[in-house]
Design a protein. Structure first.
Length: 320
């Protein structure tokens, strides 16, 4: 039986976006699938039934390489394609298939506004396995919760989940924008995010006249946050990993964009349900690749999105 190694070290959203490759590879080829990633993202993949072995990248990369050598892989599918993955690949046998980052096309979009990327990142990943005759089954993304994952919320009561964080401040809505929207909502609002969003969540709760807001930021694991997303009626999110988990669960999604734009190819993938992208200056080029730099204002042009527009979108999707 053939054995495949998929490499993607980080981050949350990027790993979720590899799930169609994992699934289609496992289902279309008689093979074993191993996945190499960082320990902080292992819980995203722990329960994926399409992965036969999850391998954690060690601090000493040579220890990881020695472990991988014993597996005698038939193919190595590198969906990260950086110096670290290159170093691993040159020490292993097996046919290497690399994801091509299309840097020149990305530069054309970032600096000249010329979008020749055209495809979603998932579809670009599939170009990597075209030689294997592995095809996209068009079933979207996967996320598998651990069997024991549970958060004590009343699932019978309708609630929306608002992911208030992102990898950079320039990609997030402000406290005042979120408060202005929450003040006009009657539905229960659950705030999620990491430790760095805990204080922001508290400010939202304190400053809103809506008494039906719960701050879960910094209090849940990734899997527990995914549990809330799965049982929500709507997910509001910045351009971040939880957006892709929401897409995996085929949820209604309203996403917010400023420095990054959907044109980069990381918008919610094949959600099937209602999905609205609210974009500041939609037809302009992105400010930066990762959203850490803004060409318009220091704290991010996403701060210019009007709360009324967000509220209208929420009411539209929820049918109020």
């Amino acid at each position: 039986m053939q054995k495949f190694l998929i490499i993607r070290f980080s981050s949350l959203g990027d790993i979720v976006l590899t799930s169609p490759i994992i699934r289609c590879l496992k289902q279309q080829i008689n093979c074993k699938v191993h996945f190499l990633t960082k320990i902080q993202y292992s819980q995203i993949l722990d329960s994926n039934p399409n992965i036969d072995r999850l391998i954690i990248l060690k601090d000493n990369i040579n220890e990881t390489i020695n472990d991988l050598k014993s597996e005698n892989y038939s193919y190595i599918i590198d969906l990260h394609n950086n110096l670290r993955s290159f170093w691993i690949k040159i020490h292993l046998r097996g046919i290497v298939l690399n994801y091509k980052k299309q840097k020149f096309k990305r530069l054309l979009l970032l600096y000249f506004g010329l979008n020749t990327l055209n495809k979603h990142i998932v579809d670009r990943y599939f170009n990597c396995v075209k030689k294997l005759n592995v095809k996209n089954d068009n079933n979207g993304l996967d996320y598998f919760l651990h069997q024991k994952t549970f958060v004590n919320v009343k699932k019978n009561d309708s609630f929306l989940v608002w992911c208030i964080g992102a990898s950079f401040e320039q990609k997030t809505l402000s406290v005042s924008q979120i408060v202005n929207v929450c003040n006009n909502l009657s539905v229960r609002v659950l705030l999620i995010g990491g430790d760095q969003e805990l204080s922001k969540g508290e400010l939202i709760v304190q400053n809103s006249i809506n008494t039906n807001i719960d701050n879960f930021c910094g209090r849940l694991s990734i899997d527990e946050s995914a549990y809330l997303i799965k049982h929500s009626s709507l997910v509001l999110t910045n351009d971040t990993g939880f957006m892709h988990i929401a897409a995996a669960f085929k949820k209604n999604i309203i996403s917010f964009w400023g420095c990054t734009k959907p044109s980069l190819g990381f918008y919610p993938y094949m959600t099937q349900n209602k999905c609205l992208n609210i974009v500041y200056n939609e037809f302009t080029k992105p400010c930066s690749k990762h959203g850490n730099l803004c060409k318009i204002q220091k704290d991010g042009c996403i701060k210019n999105l009007k709360p009324d527009k967000i509220l209208d979108a929420v009411l539209e999707v929820m049918g109020d």
